[in-house]
Design a binder for this molecule. Structure first.
Ligand SMILES: Nc1nc2c(ncn2[C@@H]2O[C@H](COP(=O)(O)OP(=O)(O)OP(=O)(O)O)[C@@H](O)[C@H]2O)c(=O)[nH]1
Ligand SMILES: [Mg+2]
Length: 465
């Protein structure tokens, strides 16, 4: 049997109990809402790593009639050692009485052995109406702690601390809307102190939790590295009958190519959301624009930390001519291609590469046909554009509390990568981008170092806040 401790999160209605459960269990399926009385039944949310349960949070409805319940409990004289039993008897006796439905729901897990996490809103003044519920919790004698959650800006924390200290030994502040890893760890440490029977197990949880977070970071870094590498090497081809494609064929191919790159990015983002248990988020974001400004302008290159010298010497596009028939290139017809011409002054644009296919059998007939290919991406900025967006996405998702229900606005600015990458990181990544563009065996090795490097960059940020 698994001995992972369970904690019932209890308190007044609408004080952030479900938000706390959601944040601590890292589960965004918990119902969090500003309508008081949202949670009607108690439900358990286990937190598991590799199939091992570390702890369980139990969401509960708020107290509705604590004074009446306390009156019933106090009717008969009851020595302290019999009070737990008295509360249990109350739960049994009033199990089907709708008058105390919420109290029965919230007390059930406690009389079954759960620890108590009592939640108050530190942005509202303390009032004696909270005393009956705190007294009931004290009657149970179960290990307990109080959590002060400030829902808005006002601060009555000191008054709350004074009041709570008469009922709880451990009092902590916690903001479920900020997914601060260090705050979460500190809270687990405090929970480990609630009862010595749980200490060892919760200490192990802290270790597993840290190891788990490192794995999440590693998987995110690998996802980003794979996506950048695949997007750099991606090509789209169509076979055409004549050596001069018509406009609609070119546009179609270019749209398909762009669409594939966008899909790669979207796929990576979904993967990252899954890694961080955020599959249900509502988000508003722009898709990868693939506009000239981002991909080919010197201004963007400078933002990514590419120096003027690097741009001039290497050109805004890298590499040579991809295909045989460079004279078949029809530059300037689409915005996208126009950008290349602008960036390199009408010179070697390897964007569209046409390779003559001959002696290829199609449907049993010999055909002299041509392949029109878009890609691989030659823009020097492109891997930075993608890296910037995916790093931004990872940072936002990894630091997003599971208690948030509002739409997440994602607007990466080009300076993000600059803020996150130091000069030495950038130099290293630039070397790796160059190797990854070769799309050969060396490129695979470069991708692994790239992932390793990104992991260190992400760890620097995500393990310290
Ligand atoms: N800004 C902010 N809002 C919070 C915080 N904690 C909770 N909320 C909001 O307060 C409202 C109530 O939160 P819930 O977690 O649903 O409260 P509850 O105690 O479970 O409520 P019931 O289930 O109705 O008893 C929700 O709109 C939350 O988004 C907080 O720390 N900061
Ligand atoms: Mg609730």
């Amino acid at each position: 049997m698994n001995k992972a401790p369970a904690f019932a999160v209890v308190g007044h209605p609408n004080k952030g109990k479900s938000a706390i459960v959601s944040a601590l269990a890292m589960d965004d399926t918990v119902a969090v809402s500003d309508v008081p009385g949202t949670t009607k039944r108690h439900s358990a949310y286990p937190f598991e790593v590799d199939g091992t349960r570390l702890y369980t949070l139990i969401d509960t409805p708020g107290f509705q009639r604590p004074a009446e319940v306390l009156e019933i409990l106090r009717k008969e004289p009851c020595p302290a050692d019999k009070r737990f039993e008295a509360v249990r008897a109350f739960v049994r006796r009033y199990k089907d009485n709708p008058r105390f439905a919420d109290e029965i729901e919230l007390l059930t897990p406690i009389v079954e052995g759960a620890g108590i996490v009592y939640v108050v809103d530190g942005s509202k003044p303390y009032g004696s109406e909270y005393e009956a519920e705190m007294e009931i919790l004290r009657w149970t004698g179960q290990p307990s702690m109080a959590l002060i959650n400030r829902i808005d800006e006002s601060d009555f924390t000191d008054a709350w601390r004074r009041a709570l200290s008469g009922y709880f030994h451990i009092i902590r502040t916690f903001d479920p809307m900020q997914a601060h890893y260090t705050q979460h760890l500190a809270l687990l440490e405090s929970m480990a102190q609630m009862d010595e029977r749980w200490t060892a197990s919760l200490k192990r949880s802290v270790e597993s939790f840290t190891a788990y977070r490192k794995r999440q970071i590693k998987h995110s870094a690998e996802t980003i590295a794979r996506t950048v590498s695949e997007a750099l090497c991606h090509t789209e081809s169509v076979t055409i009958a004549a050596d001069v494609p018509d406009e609609s064929q070119k546009t179609m191919l270019m749209e398909r190519y762009k669409e594939s790159l966008r899909n790669m990015e979207a796929h990576a983002k979904t993967k990252i959301e899954k890694i961080w248990h955020h599959s249900r988020i509502q988000k508003s974001e722009d898709t990868l624009s693939l506009q000239n400004d981002d991909l080919f302008s010197e201004k963007s290159a400078e933002l990514f930390g590419l120096t003027r010298k690097e741009i001039v010497t290497a050109g805004a596009v890298t590499g040579g001519i991809g295909g045989a028939g460079i004279d078949l290139l029809f530059l300037g017809h689409t915005m996208f291609l126009g950008g290349i011409v602008g960036a390199i002054g009408g010179g070697t644009a390897a964007y569209f590469a046409f390779e003559k296919l001959s002696d290829i059998e199609i449907l049993g007939r010999k055909l002299g046909s041509y392949t029109m290919r878009a890609g691989p991406m030659k823009s020097r900025n492109f891997p930075y554009v993608l890296l910037n967006r995916l790093l931004y996405h990872t940072m936002r998702i990894a630091t997003l509390s599971h208690a948030k229900r509002e739409t997440l606005h994602l607007q990466p600015d080009t300076r993000f990568v600059e803020r996150y990458l130091e000069e030495s990181d950038r130099k290293h990544l630039e070397t790796l981008h160059r190797k990854m563009r070769k799309c050969d065996e060396e490129a695979q090795k470069a991708r692994l170092s790239y992932a390793e490097h990104l992991k260190r960059v992400l760890e620097r940020k995500l393990l310290s806040q």
